[in-house]
Design a protein around this ligand. Structure first.
Ligand SMILES: NC(=O)N[C@@H](CC(=O)O)C(=O)O
Ligand SMILES: [Zn+2]
Ligand SMILES: [Zn+2]
Length: 429
């Protein structure tokens, strides 16, 4: 196994450091290291960050390998600076048994580019009727701790209560896709001025907010951990702020696209901008940025949702919702949170690595880059700018909403347990 000596990188806090990586760990971290025999990486001008952790990735395997596989999604993740991703359960078959979550976990290990932590479904087949075998998934080789019916809301309050109670036993968490289905029937985009102008059926903010309000109260009632997926409205931020002040054990995520884009994008009828929850208004974007900066929203999660060409290049109403995001997440967060002065690099490290690793219970990730820590890290060029070309993405799907945009900051190296997964900006395999 090659020993790497990273020379002259800067940590998120600003200090310069050399890092010596051997046998999967950071064996030394100091201002000047002279490691003879090591392969030297000149990191002058680069930032060394703990590997990013994505709590919300759709890898599509098993079932839709034409859109993404565990391997292609892992490669996209590594290129985005990630060393761990949590794979959502809405595959085919659904990841609602120990067998399926172990299959995904093994595929991730075999690809070997990031740690793939499977998320288990809350209900059988995501149908919202019967609890899935949560205990068996928790005890499986995949050691599942996060359960989600993402794509669907666990709508029945009694079932939601039972699920919250169940996962308490192993400190698990229910990740809710907050969408009151009766309020979003036929919805195509955010309900507001733009949807009225375009004549499209709207997805009102209250459909999200009503479920978050209900579920924080349920989590408080049973004393369980709740996580809210892809928070998208100003009202949701307000409810979360209230719930956290009350001591309720709730965490929340926001996606890069909800930090940057608004419902005005629907005006061109390009389905690449169709997503659940939908792109909202400028006021929502401002509230989400503020909520992420002040910690009301704990983390950024990509909701990387690859879709095959035929599912996206069609009429808006028939297109599947979702956009890819692993390879652009860091850059979009830099553009929306750092370049606006709302957050610094330490804040980014917390929201994209430390906090998601803590929520997911991934002890080898989100660690300070100090001697003894696992060598899961990424080297970023903060001065670089790059143009997003859908054809150049490592993901098997092309549905990025940022085509043609020039974004700040680029991942140059990523290491998983001391082994490069990204080498001078290119995936190693
Ligand atoms: N975000 C989306 O619009 N789509 C996701 C499901 C989801 O995250 O709700 C998908 O699986 O494609
Ligand atoms: Zn969702
Ligand atoms: Zn999702």
């Amino acid at each position: 196994m090659t020993t790497y000596l990273i020379k002259g990188a800067r940590l998120a806090g600003g200090n310069r450091t050399d890092l010596l990586l051997r046998d999967g760990v950071i064996v030394e971290a100091a201002e000047k290291i002279s490691g003879s025999g090591a392969e030297v990486i000149d990191a002058d001008g680069l930032l060394a960050l703990p590997g990013l952790v994505d709590l919300h990735t759709h890898l599509r395997e098993p079932g839709r390998e034409d859109a993404e596989t565990v391997e292609t999604g892992s490669r996209a993740a590594a290129l985005g600076g990630y060393t761990a991703v949590c794979a959502m359960a809405n595959t085919s078959p659904v990841a609602d048994t120990a067998g399926v979550v172990e299959q995904v976990w093994r595929l991730g290990r075999d690809a070997g580019l990031v740690d793939v932590q499977p998320i288990g479904a809350v209900t059988v087949g995501l149908a919202g009727e019967h609890l899935a075998e949560l205990g068996a998934m928790a005890e499986s080789a995949a050691a599942v701790r996060i359960f989600s019916d993402d794509g669907h809301c666990v709508h029945d309050p009694r079932l939601m209560r039972r699920a919250l109670e169940y996962v308490r036993a192993f400190d698990g968490v229910i990740a809710q896709h907050a969408e009151e289905p009766r309020l979003t029937q036929g919805a195509q985009m955010h309900e507001g001025v733009e949807s009225a102008r375009l004549g499209m059926t709207g997805w009102p903010a209250v459909a999200e907010e009503a479920i978050i309000a209900r579920d924080v109260l349920l989590a408080e009632h049973v004393g369980a951990r709740l996580h809210i997926c892809h928070v998208s409205t100003a009202g949701s931020v307000e409810i979360l702020r209230w719930a956290k002040k009350r001591g309720i054990r709730v965490t929340a995520e926001v996606t890069p696209h909800h930090l940057l884009l608004t419902d005005e994008k629907a005006g061109g009828y390009d389905p690449v901008f169709k997503v659940n929850p939908p792109l909202r208004t400028n006021a929502d974007v401002a509230a989400l940025r503020q909520g992420l900066a002040d910690g009301t929203i704990d983390i950024v999660a990509t909701d990387h949702a690859p879709h095959a060409l035929q599912d996206k290049e069609c009429e808006w109403a028939y297109a599947r919702p979702g956009m890819v995001g692993l390879e652009t997440a860091l850059s979009v967060v830099v553009a929306t949170m750092l370049e606006t002065g709302l957050m610094d690099w330490s804040g980014l490290v917390d929201r994209m690595s430390v906090a998601p690793a803590r929520i997911a219970g991934l002890a080898e990730h989100g660690r300070d880059l100090v001697a003894g820590a696992p060598a899961n890290l990424t080297l970023v060029d903060p001065a670089a700018r790059w143009g997003v070309d859908p054809a150049a993405l490592a993901s098997r799907s092309r549905n990025t909403p940022y085509a043609g945009l020039t974004l700040p900051s680029r991942v140059v190296w990523t290491f998983l347990r001391g082994v490069p997964t990204v080498h001078e900006g290119k995936a190693v395999r």
